[in-house]
Design a protein around this ligand. Structure first.
Ligand code: ADP
Ligand code: MG
Length: 240
């Protein structure tokens, strides 16, 4: 579903992605980990063209995402993106946060969008908060609304960039529970996270990045039990 071929990217003189060659199959859950500044966010942001690349190729479903004539807005609407900061629209209720894009970008009727949003809010355990504004919700609840909002576009692919890093520890679990359910339902997911319990439970593969390179990739049990690269060994001992 996703293919990176020899992808390189610079910020000025700094090479943020170095010869990235990875692929993700439909239905896979891939966890990306590595030290701060290693290029994790840059890598997943290239996937929906939030960051341009300087050489190489990225294809999604066989289509070069930088192809001439590709409509960026339509393309982006097919990829759900959940950030560390929840970025909900503060003046809208949870429900309206979830209906806005489907009404305006997918052309759903208000009634249909509302019905779909209520079912998604129910899926993330927040049907009872449909009419609450973001300030009336905890961080964990806001992030669950953000996930529901992303799902409302029915994307075949979901990207998460440290979705639990801004949360108080007691709220991490509720967000991971929602993400695990999504993974088990077969969603294709690329997740930047240091939540190793999540990786062990649902990841098909873990990528370890350092200084713009993917240094190691493996199944979670291989990666956690017997990391090969010294940098990966160091990283795992630092976060444990
Ligand atoms: P990570 O998500 O793994 O912490 P990032 O992908 O955010 O790392 O950043 C990788 C490197 O690229 C870092 O050295 C960072 O300082 C640099 N970088 C990221 N975004 C920019 C930018 N917009 N301009 C310049 N340098 C950037
Ligand atoms: Mg980052």
């Amino acid at each position: 579903m996703i293919k990176f071929e020899n992808v390189n990217k610079w910020f000025g003189n700094y090479q943020a992605l170095v010869d990235v060659n990875e692929s993700v199959d439909k239905g896979d859950v891939v966890v990306v980990c590595g030290p701060s500044g290693s290029g994790k966010s840059t890598m997943i942001r290239t996937l929906n063209r939030l960051e341009p690349i300087h050489s190489g190729r990225i294809a999604i479903d066989g289509q070069d995402i930088h192809a001439h004539g590709l409509d960026v807005n339509t393309f982006r609407s097919r990829i759900g993106f959940v950030f560390q900061q929840f970025n909900l629209f503060p003046h809208l209720t949870a429900l309206d946060n979830c209906t806005l894009a489907p009404i305006h970008l997918r052309g759903l009727s208000k009634a249909h969008a509302r019905e779909q949003a209520l079912s998604l809010l129910d899926r993330v355990g927040l049907a009872h908060k449909a009419n609450a504004h973001p300030t009336e919700l905890s961080g964990g609840q806001q992030q669950r609304v953000a996930i529901a909002r992303a799902l409302a576009m029915e994307p075949p692919l979901m990207l998460f960039d440290e979705p639990t890093s801004a949360l108080d520890p007691e709220m991490v679990g509720e967000v991971l529970t929602v993400m695990k359910a999504l993974a088990r339902d077969g969603m294709t997911m690329v997740v930047v996270t240091h939540e190793m319990g999540f990786a062990r439970d649902v990841a098909d593969r873990v990528l370890f990045m350092d200084a713009g390179k993917v240094l190691e990739r493996g199944e979670p049990h291989e990666f956690f039990n017997a990391p090969q690269h010294p940098r990966a060994q160091q990283f795992l001992s630092d976060i444990r």
